[in-house]
Write a protein that binds this ligand. Structure first.
Ligand SMILES: Cc1ncc(COP(=O)(O)O)c(C=O)c1O
Length: 402
């Protein structure tokens, strides 16, 4: 009966699957089980001290009032300075809007760019929220399935084939969540060439993980480095959550053409209002003072990755794709499927992940949620010993499947 009172939009809304799995893991934990959660896209280390201290300072200084809706000048300046260092891109203060999380920046960007029937090209495996966000903007997500052959990245040919008169946005992420693969400058140039032939198509470049790199580089290659000509229709998204370990502070930003950023800021001002004053003050310190922490984090992540890759050698049924950035492992588990576990056939990655959680207390996210069944995503942003224990449990499950 209740559903009748809900809008069509609300009725088609899905609970964020990763958050659902986190809740399930917490429930099992509350029942006393030793659950190892590899689901959530969140570092296991705290917000870096300089940023955390600035958060306290904001409260002490009474910086607890509304700020300008699109962010404080201090934070905007810090974001733009960083962008110039990382990507050699210059923007004006009215070309950046600070938002309550990068997720909201993507959501708002789609809201201000899309009309009904506009298509948003998203390639799978995708970050779980992209298709729903496109739908909430009344747009049509056009999912392009990517496979191992292209390291799960969209090729210029695939992009070209999927652009039509309704295409409004190409939305992508490098390093990718869930695979951790990055687009090389050459790949980005080829993609840009296709986009240059299609002037209606805008780019949303989700750079959320671009500072978490394992090859020692400062930042992942960027489409605007490869093709500065796209600057007048590219929106850059980033935030404090991953590089600065500030997930709970809910602070992100969008940078792009003034007209679009103005609209995005207006949209945010009419919905969330200004982002948290405290989080903004903390992020200024994060951006200005926490470079050494980011470097250290990359060293730690690289070690954790090496350790996890080593442990995974014990499970021959799994194929692991070594990531170049972010903190996820994308695992092909198809070889382990189609067998029986306690007399019940385990056919899908979803079923596999469910048993792994409910019987072995390891929470992962099945490939179905990213548009690529047969795979599993897990976060290695946890300590090596816990990770090794989680892999040992996976090994036990696979060993018990006949
Ligand atoms: C690919 C990607 N983009 C954007 C976000 C949004 O981050 P936040 O809203 O925490 O800033 C996330 C978070 O998980 C992500 O994985």
């Amino acid at each position: 009966m209740l559903s009748n009172s809900l809008s069509k939009r609300a009725q088609s809304l899905k609970t964020s699957p990763t958050l659902f799995l986190v809740a399930k893991a917490k429930e099992l934990q509350a029942q006393g089980h030793d659950v190892i959660s590899l689901t959530v896209g969140e570092p296991d280390w705290g917000t870096y001290p300089a940023a955390a201290l600035a958060g306290h300072e904001a409260i002490d200084l009474g910086l607890t009032k509304y700020t300008p809706a699109s962010g404080t000048p201090d934070l905007k300046r810090a974001i733009l300075e960083r962008l110039e260092i990382d990507l050699k891109l210059k923007y004006a203060m009215n070309e950046v809007a600070v938002t309550s999380g990068a997720k909201y920046a993507i959501f708002a960007a789609l809201q201000v760019l899309c009309d009904p029937k506009d298509e948003v090209i998203i390639h799978s495996p995708y970050w779980v929220s992209y298709p729903t966000m496109a739908e909430l903007a009344d747009a049509v997500p056009r999912i392009v399935t990517c496979t191992e052959e292209s390291n799960f990245k969209i090729t210029a040919e695939q992009l070209k084939k999927n652009i039509n008169a309704n295409t409004k946005v190409f939305l992508f992420c490098s390093p990718s969540n869930p695979t951790g693969f990055i687009y090389s400058k050459e790949e980005l140039r080829k993609i840009a060439d296709v986009l240059l032939e299609n002037p209606r198509v805008h780019v949303i470049s989700d750079d959320m993980y671009n500072r978490l790199m394992f090859d020692g580089s400062n930042c992942a290659p960027h489409i605007l480095e490869a093709a500065p000509e796209l600057k007048d229709r590219t929106i850059i998204i980033n935030g404090g959550s991953k590089a600065y370990s500030m997930t709970g502070w809910r602070i992100g930003w969008a940078v792009g053409p003034q007209k679009i950023i103005q609209a995005l800021g207006d949209y945010a001002s009419q919905s969330t209002g200004a982002p948290s004053s405290i989080s903004q003050h903390a992020l200024v310190a994060g951006i200005l003072k926490c470079e050494p922490n980011i470097k250290e984090t990359n060293v730690v992540l690289k070690k954790r990755l090496a350790s996890a890759l080593h442990e995974f050698q014990s499970i021959s049924e799994f194929k692991i794709f070594e990531p170049q950035g972010a903190f996820y492992l994308w695992v092909d588990i198809k070889k382990a499927l189609g067998r029986l576990y306690q007399g019940v056939k385990v056919s899908t990655s979803k079923e596999f992940c469910q048993i792994l959680l409910e019987k072995f207390y390891v929470a992962t996210v099945p490939g179905e949620e990213f548009g690529n069944p047969g795979y599993m995503r897990l976060s290695f942003a946890i300590g090596t010993e816990r990770m090794a224990e989680a892999i040992a449990r996976m090994n036990r499950l696979v060993g018990q499947m006949k």
